[in-house]
Design a protein around this ligand. Structure first.
Ligand code: SF4
Length: 387
């Protein structure tokens, strides 16, 4: 889509930010009140603080009361600045409800479009779990009677199966929202998950996820995503580039975090790994299905057994902390020994020659991370028991 013009004129002798300030003043003092919007001091104050931040390319933390109309303020600046720079603004929201408030009919973007006569190009960047994975769906549909799975399979557009289809005939498909009748349990069986290796997938160029990503990547005004997704983008940006893939989000003119105080939790989730009993089992069981040496298979079995015992021991030595969802762990020499053993053996398996195989690169990565976590945990255990 061709970029829309900025909604005010800037002559060669004028400065963009001066003209932006004039335009925002007109919008909040004249245009919006003429259309029944109330003039609010807090909104005006925030607008001029934002203008300074954009002008000086600085980060700004803004806090304003509920119902102040802060969303209209940041949207106005973000859209004008995106058009000025020729790159979309990214708006990261804490949750789906906030995203919905922005994009729904009579939501904030709709109101701004109507009040100012704008046509805003806004696109959603959703987490990968929101898209159907053909690599999972297609084989499953051939061996299941699950009505929901079969119906989704039937609804997949024909070009997906036609390897000779021209790129021009590709259309977006596979968004969770298109299948409201699918239960969450079924969706998990057919949607992307973290064990899928998209970079080596044969469906890649016709995958719903790829086509939807290609769509939002070309937004000219605004891309909206969740804090979780933004953090995943930050976390994977460099590694994706190293692997010759594009980052999850394109270059942007600015990033706005709505409900920014909730970003910390999203960062914690996005920039750390969570491991539970099943994670390692899934990774290693998948590995056992590959063509591997016998000694590696014994090693895998050994690790799986110790992993089970390790989690049992953690459970036995943990007590719930009242008023929190944390567990307090009592350390013992047995725990240190077991963690050390697991750490050593998981090191041996990640070093196994077959693990160099690109197709299972992701499993190796998970295994290495698991080992890293064990290592940190081990140091912490030893340190804590010595104190
Ligand atoms: S590209 Fe990724 S999400 Fe798409 S079918 Fe392949 S593995 Fe699944």
């Amino acid at each position: 889509m061709k970029s829309q013009p900025i909604p005010f004129t800037v002559s060669k002798t004028e400065n963009f930010f001066d003209r932006l300030g004039d335009y925002v003043g007109d919008v909040f003092y004249d245009i919006l009140p003429e259309q029944g919007y109330e003039l609010r001091d807090e909104q005006i104050y925030m607008a001029f603080q934002l203008e300074k931040a954009f002008k000086n390319k600085r980060t700004i933390f803004a806090e304003a009361g509920v119902g102040t109309g802060k969303t209209l303020v940041y949207l106005l600046y973000a859209i004008c600045y995106a058009r000025h720079r020729g790159k979309p603004a990214i708006i990261s929201c804490a949750d789906e409800t906030l995203i919905e408030q922005l994009v729904k009919k009579n939501g904030d973007i709709d109101k701004l479009e109507k009040a100012l006569g704008l046509n805003v190009d806004v696109r959603l960047a959703k987490a990968r779990e929101n898209y159907v994975c053909m690599k999972k769906l297609d084989p499953l549909a051939n061996r299941t009677n699950n009505e929901e799975v079969l119906r989704v399979h039937d609804e997949i557009p024909d070009f997906v199966y036609d390897t000779g289809a021209r790129l021009r005939s590709f259309e977006r498909y596979g968004d969770r929202k298109e299948y409201p009748w699918v239960s969450d349990a079924t969706w998990e069986k057919i949607a992307w998950d973290s064990l899928q290796q998209c970079s080596t997938c044969e469906w890649r160029h016709r995958s719903g996820q790829t086509l939807n990503r290609e769509y939002y990547r070309h937004a000219t005004d605004v891309i909206i995503c969740s804090h979780d997704f933004y953090m995943e983008h930050v976390w994977t940006k460099e590694s994706r580039k190293r692997e010759g893939q594009m980052p999850l989000l394109p270059e942007s003119s600015c990033v706005v975090f709505d409900e920014g105080h909730l970003l910390e939790f999203a960062a914690q989730k996005g920039l750390t790994y969570r491991y539970n009993l099943e994670t390692l089992s899934n990774v290693l069981t998948g590995y056992m299905g590959q063509d591997v040496r016998e000694e590696s298979l014994y090693l895998v079995e050994d690790i799986l057994t110790i992993n089970d015992e390790w989690f049992q021991l953690l459970g036995q030595n943990s007590t719930a902390v009242i008023g929190s969802n944390r567990q307090e762990i009592d350390f013992s020499p047995e725990m240190i020994e077991m963690a050390g053993d697991l750490h050593k053996k998981s090191g041996a398996i990640t070093g196994a020659a077959c693990f160099r195989c690109r197709i299972i690169h992701h499993r190796r990565l998970l295994c290495e991370n698991y080992r890293g976590i064990l290592g940190i945990f081990l140091v912490w255990l030893i340190y804590s028991t010595k104190r």
